[in-house]
Design a protein around this ligand. Structure first.
Ligand SMILES: Cc1cc2nc3c(=O)[nH]c(=O)nc-3n(C[C@H](O)[C@H](O)[C@H](O)COP(=O)(O)O)c2cc1C
Length: 196
């Protein structure tokens, strides 16, 4: 009950902010469509899902600072608007550990030895399309660096643990979380030794 009330509060706080954004799968621009597969220019990849653009902002800052390729996971059955209209679906997927389809799975990730994995926290867990993505590849021997955006930090440990759980044979570096600000991305990347 306490969790439910806390979640409702988070939604009330974050919903008006996200409602201003127009970055859902339904609204991706032509330019963004060309960015839906990793292009193999770097050995570092930033994989992320982002419904209303917040996680995308962090992903782009990581890419800007590291020169990494980016790849945005798109749901095969897109979510509505900023995600809140599909809250029941998203809760069902999270609480029942479902694996919604991904529209644009890359053929392989062979080029990449370091992979950032980013997600919004959705009903206390990563967006389950991120889990679908992770289930599709062997990350053995690769370095996985999780990051997330959220309304509140409460479920960040659980969200990060889920990403680690699905990549058991990888090396994991310290995660990053933010409610949208990218100010601390650079110090974090320095701390984990990705940039100088
Ligand atoms: C359906 C739904 C459920 C959410 N559940 C949580 C949650 O459990 N915990 C939390 O901190 N934030 C929650 N949020 C807020 C999002 O994590 C936050 O707005 C995030 O930055 C959105 O990222 P995006 O813009 O990349 O989609 C939820 C948002 C939506 C739409």
């Amino acid at each position: 009950m306490k969790n439910f009330i806390l979640t409702l509060l988070i939604m009330l706080v974050t919903c008006p902010m996200s409602a201003c954004s127009d970055d859902s799968n339904n609204n991706i621009t032509e330019e963004e469509q060309t960015d839906q597969q990793p292009d193999g220019n770097s050995n570092i990849l930033v994989v992320y899902f982002s419904q209303s653009g917040t996680t995308r902002g962090v992903a782009e800052r990581i890419a800007e600072l590291t020169g990494a390729d980016t790849y945005r996971i798109l749901a095969a059955d897109p979510y509505e608007g900023d995600g809140y209209p599909d809250s029941d679906r998203i809760q069902d997927e999270a609480y029942n550990d479902r694996r919604p389809g991904v529209a644009n799975l890359p053929e392989n990730l062979d080029n990449y030895d370091t992979i950032f994995v980013g997600t919004p926290i959705w009903w206390h867990y990563p967006a389950m399309v991120v889990c679908t993505f992770l289930d599709n590849y062997d990350f053995k021997g690769k370095t996985i660096i999780p990051f997330c955006t959220y309304g509140a930090t409460t479920w960040m440990p659980q969200t990060i643990d889920k990403i680690k759980e699905l990549t058991p044979e990888s090396t994991h570096l310290k995660e990053f979380g933010s409610s949208g600000s990218t100010t601390n991305v650079e110090p974090w990347l320095k701390e984990i030794g990705i940039i100088n």
